[in-house]
Design a protein around this ligand. Structure first.
Ligand SMILES: Cc1cc2nc3c(=O)[nH]c(=O)nc-3n(C[C@H](O)[C@H](O)[C@H](O)COP(=O)(O)O)c2cc1C
Length: 408
């Protein structure tokens, strides 16, 4: 097999091939030595990854650095990126004992749809950089697991390709571009193709400063959804072409009154993603959104914005159960999902872990990641004395603030 063919294998296949053909590879052209190095290292990782962090390690070895950094990185000092994960670690679980947990059930209902767990796939851009099957593989894995996938506006597979790949409940994430007609067209396509809700991302008037992408001169591919509408191939000598593209299209003047416009062009429920304060949660209720997603965009936008788990309760309290509050940011374990639910989230969305599963093993890897998190959640529930998702309550947690109050 020559080097160009090797590039088209998925990472699992590459590792497998290298393990069978080390000599062939050592003899092959020098320009694939980096890839070979990655695969040999990946191959050395023993057995199957047993948690999300191990998937991430595998992918760090297997993916080209430019793509790994694009997926894993955050904004500027990456303070919020670290905090999104660490803030979970400061929250402790208060388990109850002597409860019959011989039967546990992680299923729940999200926006009226029954799912196998309070887990959703967060919208993340450009899955084909992780795996040649891109969002179609992710869609199939989420359908098999019966969890809702939110397709990114910036997907590498088209809305139609994802919709026809399998039957499932899916939501569509939207950016409102300066050229609003492009966004309106995407909403119509999502609606026509059976998507069940529109999730408007509201934390991106401009692109956050992702320094790894700038240093790597990250190159975003042409997005098929926009063919004939807008060119995503922007040339720039300086830094990442993502920044140059985003500054051309993102609409920094989008504001609360525009939610009315969006609601007027679709019959689908509109949720907003990127709320971090009680003030904005109250405004969201006023303008009549169908749900809120507490999110800091996986710490890729405003550095030193709070870890999302630290502000979830503030939003939940403001909303008073009038609309569902979903959550994302830093979820890496079933215990994290349990904690977010105890603080009032209806469900959590998973961003990077899904990409790591996809990059490592395609559709099967995404399935493994979802199942790992589901199993971990189910075990956490059993060990905490909760048979169903509804049994998880605020009294199952002790946050830093709770512990401070105890001392006063
Ligand atoms: C590589 C990457 C691409 C993303 N692309 C989008 C996007 O296109 N639209 C969007 O609303 N959010 C996007 N997000 C943010 C995710 O929807 C989600 O908020 C975040 O990943 C959750 O944090 P986690 O990765 O720690 O789970 C992206 C995040 C990552 C890591």
């Amino acid at each position: 097999m020559d080097c160009s063919a090797f590039r088209f294998l998925d990472h699992q296949q590459k590792a497998h091939f290298v393990s069978r053909n080390p000599i062939t590879f050592l003899d092959s052209a020098p320009f694939c030595s980096t890839e070979l190095g990655h695969c040999l290292q990946a191959n050395k990782m023993e057995a199957e990854p047993v948690n999300v962090s191990e998937f991430q390690e595998l992918v760090k070895l297997a993916l080209p650095k430019m793509y790994y950094d694009f997926y894993a990185g955050g904004a500027e000092d990456q303070h919020t990126l670290e905090e999104n994960v660490k803030a979970f670690q400061r929250i402790l679980i208060r388990p109850r004992v002597l409860i019959d947990v011989s039967r546990t059930d992680t299923s729940t209902t999200i926006m009226g749809y029954k799912t196998s767990a309070p887990i959703m796939i967060a919208p993340t851009a450009m899955h084909k950089l992780a795996h040649p099957e891109g969002e179609v593989a992710t869609a199939r894995a989420s359908a098999t697991a019966n969890v809702i996938m939110v397709l990114s506006f910036s997907s590498t597979c088209t809305i139609e390709e994802v919709a026809s790949s399998c039957n499932a409940v899916r939501f569509f994430q939207l950016y409102v571009y300066k050229r609003r007609e492009i966004s309106a067209f995407m909403v119509q396509r999502a609606e026509r193709n059976g998507f069940k809700a529109i999730i408007l991302t509201v934390d991106t008037p401009r692109l956050g400063r992702r320094e790894a992408d700038i240093k790597n001169k990250m190159v975003a591919p042409q997005l098929k959804n926009f063919e004939g509408l807008i060119s995503t191939e922007v040339n720039t000598d300086k830094g990442s072409n993502l920044e140059a593209f985003a500054s051309g299209v993102l609409n920094a003047s989008l504001c609360w009154k525009d939610i009315g416009w969006l609601k007027s062009i679709t019959s689908l429920p509109v949720l907003i993603k990127g709320v971090l304060t009680r003030e904005d949660a109250l405004r969201a209720l006023e303008v009549g959104v169908a749900g809120i997603i507490v999110s800091n965009h996986g710490a890729r936008q405003l550095d030193y914005s709070p870890a999302t788990i630290n502000v979830l309760e503030e939003v939940v309290v403001a909303v008073q159960g009038k609309i569902p509050v979903l959550f994302d940011g830093g979820v890496r374990r079933g215990t994290d999902i349990f904690k977010a639910l105890a603080l009032g989230a209806h469900a959590v969305m998973i961003g990077r872990p899904v990409i790591y599963g996809l990059a490592a093993k395609g559709e099967h890897g995404v399935s493994q990641v979802i199942n790992m998190l589901k199993d971990e959640l189910e075990l956490t529930m059993a060990l905490s004395g909760c048979c169903t998702v509804k049994d998880i309550s605020r009294s199952h947690l002790s946050t830093e603030i709770d512990r401070l109050h105890c001392r006063l």
